[in-house]
Design a protein. Structure first.
Length: 247
């Protein structure tokens, strides 16, 4: 489905980003994995190559526009095109709003929203020049429901949806599609750091589909949004949460 396409995926070493990178490679894309964890990122890229995929690992802090530009330039030098950008990198700390520091607020928005400003600015001129491109931004179902102790996180994820809509309008005439995914409660290795067994029980009770959502569920939706199957769709937010929220 993505044969010979060139895709950049941020936060690609683990979790949702890893799932997207692996599925894209399986579907024929040449994937650039951008992540700040050099060791894990290299291991993920090597694993993809062992499965006959084409993968390059770049150590990138998405808050560093210079590092993003270096990865984009590497992709352009090697393949002379970038067809797909998946903005997945993000952080998820929790804090009561009245106890939140300005530094914590800024860090959340820098990683979850401002990083997309940097990556899209670096990639989209190449897409506009070819009049072709797909951008997929990862937000969160929490934007649709609101939760306590997550004011900085949810506001940042709302910003992702707003950015998606604005850029879909701005780049549509240039042949560049911009869409968004709002994942629900996704079963990843890192979830033990911020959810409890009781949280997981509540997630399942809230879902229509009584199983845990996985990175593959998100990756399949990203694949749809990155392929010609979604050529009639831009500026949209697709909710992948097992039927937790309907909007």
């Amino acid at each position: 489905m993505l044969t010979d396409k060139v895709a950049l995926v941020t936060g690609a070493a683990t979790g949702i980003g890893e799932g997207i990178a692996r599925l894209f490679a399986e579907q024929g894309a040449r994937v650039f994995l951008l992540d700040r964890d050099a060791e894990l990122n290299q291991a993920t890229a090597a694993s993809i190559r062992e499965q006959s995929g084409v993968a390059r690992a770049h150590t990138v802090d998405v808050c560093d526009p210079g590092a993003i530009a270096t990865a984009v330039n590497a992709a352009m030098r090697e393949f002379r095109r970038i067809d797909i950008l998946v903005n997945n990198a993000g952080i998820f700390p929790r804090r009561r709003f009245v106890e939140m520091s300005e530094a914590e607020w800024d860090q959340m928005h820098n990683v979850n929203v401002k990083s997309m400003f940097h990556s899209i600015q670096a990639v989209v001129p190449h897409m506009i020049a070819r009049r072709s491109g797909k951008i997929v931004n990862i937000s969160s179902v929490t934007f649709h429901i609101g939760l306590p102790n997550m004011g900085h996180y949810i506001s940042s994820k709302g910003g992702v949806i707003g950015l998606t809509r604005a850029l879909a309008r701005e780049f549509g005439a240039d042949g560049v599609y911009v869409n968004c995914i709002t994942p629900g409660a996704i079963h990843t290795e890192s979830e033990k750091n911020f959810v409890t067994p009781e949280d997981i029980r509540k997630f399942l009770e809230s879902q229509c589909i009584q199983r845990r959502m996985t990175p593959l569920d998100i990756a399949r939706t990203a694949l749809f949004l990155s392929s010609e199957l979604s050529d009639g769709l831009t500026g949209q937010t697709l909710n992948v949460d097992g039927g937790w929220v309907m909007h």
